[in-house]
Design a protein around this ligand. Structure first.
Ligand code: F6P
Length: 528
């Protein structure tokens, strides 16, 4: 049966048609207990979704829809290691990476290897080719082999290890790696080549550049063993690249790239913030895993976030969703969530190979507050487009400088209230606003949002937060009946780039390409 023909979908559709015109002002006025009804607490976190455009009936119907989609059954399949990534024939077991004592022996062995590596670098035992202590680590990777550790190292800047700088290079554009190499000392620099497949073009080009840079200074291939580490599932390819087996940190095809922070891919993060913080990150994620596995549907935070996204996207018609962390340290979270959610669920083919027929993942975007207030919030308030927002705020600051945190929190609360309730003509008139200016100063409101409060930002709460969004992503895949764990949509561009590159060098026949591509090729060739 088509998703949209199912009784549970039809019931939601009918309710949305009669309900969607209600204003959040009216919903709050009609229900003094709305905050209590639509907020949930879990292990120090508070999710307030009372400013979402739902009522008790919508909530009930969404939970019915989740039950009809067999969310419990799919979660069980994932957690028990069934091959749920059916297009690639793989299990999905990132949860096992952070299972502590219950983790599989092979994952615990790699964690032990990572801890040893951290100890030897932090303690100055690991030395470069001329016996220098390592002062700089460069993670070379892209997508899931970059965004997670980069975002988490930024988020935990308050816990940064002394005497070690960790850098991230992703783009094949030389403007990424060249200025970094220019300020590093090859004698004291360690490169981590992070690539699940070890075939990714951008990563391998940057890795070769890094190796050439090192060899130009060291003069001998032997230096590679002291300055290169690989994080990969592809042992043959890491050998081919010349990385000693002892410097390869393994992971497995059942870890998706965008779910891989908890695997060896987290090594750069562990180096940046220390081993005990890395284990705290795993512990926070594990606590969220336990909540996800055991909490009843109505109290289940990841499922709640997923159901709200389903409602906003497919029943209220919102094409995008903003992530607005009121934390400068979480400034890279929107970029991380873009890959997690859009690469997982930006699909139109269901598990049976049929068209889904409704929009799936919204376009995820966002920026740290309060900065965004001075750029794009104008559109959120008066642009006439529905943009559901996730506000994220911290009970206490990770950088406790007097005078900063309270204004930050006040701005966060003010924005979600202004977006929800707006400002009416009557209020403006009562405030003495002239009739000429009144139309410009109207705020329609009714813009839905959730607010997630973390008691503080540390490795544990970051682990909770990231696992929360991972499981939200999983739930949405189940609700849309799609496979969240493949990414066939990235392949065509890679193939075409392979055919276009020789043409840029003037080799080959471009006639199979369209007129636009041929015109651009000609312009670039004549410019070079
Ligand atoms: O091209 C998309 C992608 O495969 C992502 O899914 C992945 O995170 C990224 O490229 C990097 O892949 P790898 O870790 O294999 O280099």
């Amino acid at each position: 049966m088509k998703l949209t023909d199912s009784p549970a979908w039809q019931a939601l559709s009918a309710h949305a048609a009669s309900f969607s015109q209600h204003h959040l002002r009216d919903l709050f006025a009609a229900d003094a207990g709305r905050f209590e009804r639509f907020s949930r607490r879990c292990d120090g976190l508070l999710l307030d979704f009372s400013k979402q455009r739902i009522d008790a009936e919508a909530h009930r119907l969404l939970l019915d829809f989740a039950a009809a989609a067999d969310i419990d059954g799919w979660r069980q399949k994932m957690l028990s290691g069934e091959i749920i990534n059916h297009t690639e024939g793989r299990a999905v077991r990132h949860v096992a990476l952070r299972a502590g004592e219950a983790a599989p022996p092979e994952t615990r062995a790699v964690l032990a290897q990572m801890q040893d590596c951290c100890d030897s670098i932090h303690n100055g035992v690991w030395r470069g080719y001329s016996n220098e202590r390592i002062t700089d680590v460069v993670n070379i990777g892209i997508g899931g082999s970059d965004l997670g550790p980069r975002m988490a190292a930024r988020a935990l800047a308050a816990a940064q290890q002394p005497d070690l700088r960790v850098h991230f290079v992703a783009n094949v554009d030389a403007a990424d790696i060249a200025p970094l190499l220019a300020r590093l000392d090859p004698r004291a620099t360690l490169f981590i080549i992070a690539s699940k497949t070890f075939t990714t073009q951008e990563t391998l080009i940057n890795a070769r550049t890094a190796r050439a840079w090192l060899l130009a200074a060291a003069g001998s291939e032997e230096a590679v063993a002291r300055h290169f580490i690989a994080l990969s599932t592809a042992r043959e390819r890491t050998r081919e690249f010349g990385i000693a087996d002892a410097n390869v940190f393994e992971f497995w095809d059942w870890v998706g790239g965008r779910f891989s922070l908890w695997s060896a891919i987290g090594l750069s993060l562990a180096l940046a913030v220390g081993w005990s913080n890395f284990t705290q990150l795993l512990a926070g994620a594990r606590a969220m895993d336990e909540h996800f596995a055991n909490a009843p549907a109505a109290d289940n935070l990841p499922l709640t976030l997923a159901l709200l996204t389903l409602w906003n996207t497919d029943f209220l018609g919102a094409p995008s969703a903003a992530v607005l962390p009121y934390s400068q340290s979480l400034e890279l979270l929107p970029a991380y969530l873009q890959q997690l959610e859009m690469e997982s669920n930006g699909k139109q083919t269901d598990r049976a190979g049929q068209g889904i027929g409704v929009p799936t993942n919204p376009i995820v975007w966002g920026a740290a507050g309060s900065n965004g207030q001075h750029s794009f919030y104008q559109l959120l308030h008066q642009g006439g487009q529905l943009v559901p927002c996730d506000f994220i705020a911290l009970g206490e600051s990770d950088f406790p400088l007097p005078g900063h945190h309270r204004p930050l929190l006040a701005n966060c609360l003010a924005q979600s209230a202004a977006l929800a309730f707006g400002q009416t003509a009557a209020e403006l008139r009562a405030a003495g606003v002239s009739e000429t200016l009144l139309p410009y100063k109207l705020f329609p409101g009714n813009q839905p949002s959730s607010t997630l409060l973390l008691p503080r930002l540390d490795a544990y709460t970051l682990g909770q937060l990231l696992a929360l969004y991972e499981h939200k992503t999983f739930c949405l895949g189940v609700l849309w009946n799609l496979n969240s764990f493949d990414q066939w949509g990235v392949e065509l561009g890679k193939t075409l780039a392979g055919r276009i590159e020789p043409l840029l060098a003037g080799n080959g026949d471009a006639s199979a390409f369209d007129a636009s591509t041929r015109g651009l090729l000609a312009a670039l060739r004549s410019a070079s």
